[in-house]
Design a protein around this ligand. Structure first.
Ligand SMILES: [Fe+2]
Length: 368
């Protein structure tokens, strides 16, 4: 119904945003943790606009492909009932189209309001949007603007409404009611499936977070660790394999490998999350690193974690130019470079990892 659907579609959009609340929060946090320079278009970390938010887009799709067309169909075929007996049988087509459009824009508005309220930390106000929308909807259905809303609802057309005889049950077998039931069979399962699925996804996300880092970030971290030096394939062998020290000019070329790495993988969708690590793995906490000379928290978190772990790895493994050293030597060395090379918080977190676990990890990596 024209008067009801504006509330209903607002409530739909709001409930969809609530169902995806945890995912939306995770997206915002990821966006906040990624320095603007590392954000790529379409990246989940790109806060951009809502237009890049898959939940928002799916809400629009639902409203545009299912909800709005069903409303427009009802308005076109049952103009008396769909306008609560206020319309006429010769509605212009453009009015029907306008009505369909408001069904989509209201859903967008509901989603947007809930998202904004959650960003502002006003969770209860966000939660209230759904009951408020349904309150508006049922108020119109039952009371209407003149106290006859329910009578208008239970009259299949204007003639029945004018000659109201109290027989509301007759409406149940009317064409309007049967059409509504048929639409419900399609509309409701799709809606509930989306709400339940998003909610479940959100729980899984919350559980993963209990243990620290979300799954998606762990995958990005793993890719970054694996590919951090991939840009070296763009460095000439004469420099890469040179036995002696590099000249200043050669260093300049060598220092381009993070950028080459970034260019290589940023076009590959599933590796995009690793770009911040590949591009920033030679930055230092005090801003003396390269290629951009980022300082402190400007350096992506993944790259800060990588640097500490990589340093530990380099010191405790046998290398062509140095013998493996014990864990406590590595830890002392990392401690010495904290605040110049490494993020103090990351170092602190790393030092909390039990040595037995580090030894176990090393044993496994030596075996494989
Ligand atoms: Fe490197």
């Amino acid at each position: 119904m024209v008067q009801v659907d504006v509330f209903w579609s607002y409530g739909l959009g709001a409930s969809m945003a609530l169902a995806a609340g945890r995912q939306l929060k995770a997206r915002r946090e990821q966006a906040a943790a990624t320095p603007p320079a590392d954000r790529l278009p379409g990246d989940p970390a790109d806060p951009g606009s809502l237009w890049r938010n898959p939940f928002f887009l799916k809400t629009i799709l639902y409203a545009a492909l299912l909800f709005a067309p069903s409303g427009a169909y009802l308005l076109w075929n049952f103009p008396d009932w769909e306008t609560m007996q206020a319309g006429t049988r010769d509605l212009p087509a453009w009015l029907v189209v306008c009505f369909a459009i408001t069904n989509v824009t209201q859903a967008m508005l509901g989603f947007w309001v809930v998202e904004r309220l959650m960003v502002a930390g006003r969770r209860y106000a966000a939660l209230l949007q759904v009951p408020l929308a349904y309150l508006g909807m049922f108020f119109i259905l039952v009371h209407g603007w003149d106290g006859t809303g329910w009578r208008r609802f239970f009259s299949p057309d204007a003639a029945h409404y004018r000659a109201w005889d109290g027989d509301w049950a007759r409406w149940l077998t009317s064409d309007v009611a049967l059409t509504l039931a048929a639409m419900g069979v399609v509309l409701l399962p799709v809606l509930f499936a989306a709400l339940v699925r998003w909610q479940r996804e959100g729980y899984a996300l919350a559980t993963a977070r209990e243990y620290g880092v979300p799954d998606a970030d762990l995958t990005d971290l793993a890719h970054g660790v694996l590919l951090h030096d991939i840009g070296k394939i763009g460095i000439p062998d004469a420099i890469l394999l040179k036995p002696g020290p590099l000249t200043p000019d050669e260093w300049q070329i060598m220092r381009r490998h993070p950028e080459i790495g970034k260019l290589l993988i940023e076009k590959i969708p599933f590796l995009r999350g690793a770009v911040p690590i590949v591009y920033s793995h030679h930055e230092k906490w005090d801003g003396t690193g390269y290629p951009r000379g980022l300082r402190g928290e400007e350096i992506p978190l993944g790259a800060r974690i990588f640097m500490v772990v990589d340093a530990f790895d380099a010191i405790t493994f046998d290398r062509p130019y140095s013998k493996a050293k014990p864990f406590d030597v590595a830890k002392a060395e990392i401690k010495r470079c904290t605040s110049t090379h490494f993020d103090p918080d990351v170092v602190e977190a790393f030092f909390k990892v039990p040595e037995a676990l580090l030894a176990e990890i090393r044993r496994k990596s030596l075996e494989s």
